[in-house]
Design a protein. Structure first.
Length: 321
């Protein structure tokens, strides 16, 4: 989110409007490594494009950032022996390190290779912008092996039209065609090029924030905690963000052996204890942070959860063992 925020600010746009349109808390900028839904990422990119009037923004951001913007995925690329090995490695580790709702793949057709990218989740808004963003990162992956001036034969995006097509083609360094899947087309000879700047990934610390796959309870807990940055999220709000009706959402949670109220309570207890463990915030302020009208309501809830009041818990936490 950092480069998006910088681009919006540099163009004189309003970050508050951008995050508001995407229905995301502006406080995310304070912790840019926190997990967000892919559909929220797409909405954020779309809102930034709309705010500054730059439909080529996704290509500009990813081309400028290169594989450095891919974090742990970029490290996997830089540690592979050949380009083909890097592409295979990215495909296998992406769901574990970056995104669970997208995929990459390599397809050969004669002397040509197609390095593809696909959004596997059912989202439409912002899909093409996300593909353009991804193409810049795919380009950065290949350029790590073939040099910064390398150009693909052509690129592919889904859809029937593309705003600012000429500018995006100039940024990617090739013509863009339309097809059923986004990707880059280039000679298969490129795949055997050795890594010119290889290093050992064991020397780099692993990322702490791994994507959440099919664990709906973990996903909901994360979204509730994220929502607490602004106000306590409702079950209807979380269901809508996940693209489900309330009934479907509740059924999915029941199938996972839990309920929304149970997940919310666990999140509130965890956040309350984290805030109480410090001395910076008063009990009243913590109550407001957790969405309670006053300290009395928070105290009653905390007593029900833990059997002690917030003040008692804070004193016991601070006392030497």
């Amino acid at each position: 989110m950092g480069p998006i925020a910088e681009a919006v600010t540099a163009a004189g746009g309003s970050l508050r409007r951008v995050f508001g349109r995407a229905e995301m808390p502006l406080t995310l900028l304070d912790t840019p490594d926190r997990l967000i839904l892919l559909r929220d990422q797409l909405k954020l990119v779309e809102a930034a494009i709309r705010e500054i009037g730059d439909p080529a923004l996704p290509a500009r951001l990813s081309v400028q950032t290169g594989i450095a913007g891919l974090g742990p995925i970029g490290l996997q690329v830089q540690s592979a022996e050949t380009l083909q090995a890097a592409v295979a490695r990215v495909r296998s580790v992406m769901p574990c390190l970056l995104q669970t709702a997208t995929s990459t793949g390599l397809y050969r057709q004669g002397v040509q290779a197609f390095y593809g990218y696909a959004v596997t989740e059912r989202v439409e808004s912002g899909r093409q912008a996300n593909e353009i963003l991804a193409l810049g990162y795919l380009l950065g992956t290949v350029r790590h092996f073939l040099g910064p001036t390398w150009r693909p034969a052509w690129a592919v995006v889904t859809g029937a039209s593309l705003e600012a097509r000429g500018e995006i083609e100039a940024l990617l360094g090739c013509e863009i065609a339309f097809g059923s899947q986004a990707g880059l087309v280039f000679s298969t000879r490129c795949l055997e090029v050795p890594n010119p700047r290889r290093y050992d990934p064991a020397t780099t610390e692993a990322a702490d924030n791994e994507p959440i796959g099919d664990d709906i309870a973990a996903c909901v807990a994360h979204m509730i905690e994220l929502g607490l940055d602004e106000t306590r999220p409702s079950i209807d709000g979380i269901a809508r963000r996940l693209g489900m009706s309330r009934r479907t959402f509740q059924r999915r949670l029941e199938e996972a052996g839990t309920r929304y109220a149970d997940i919310q309570r666990a999140v509130l207890v965890r956040r309350a204890k984290a805030l109480l463990s410090g001395e910076a915030l008063s009990i009243g302020r913590i109550a407001i942070e957790l969405g309670y009208a006053d300290s009395a309501h928070f105290t009653r809830a905390f007593l029900e959860w833990t059997g002690v009041t917030p003040s008692q818990w804070r004193r016991s936490f601070s006392e030497p063992s």
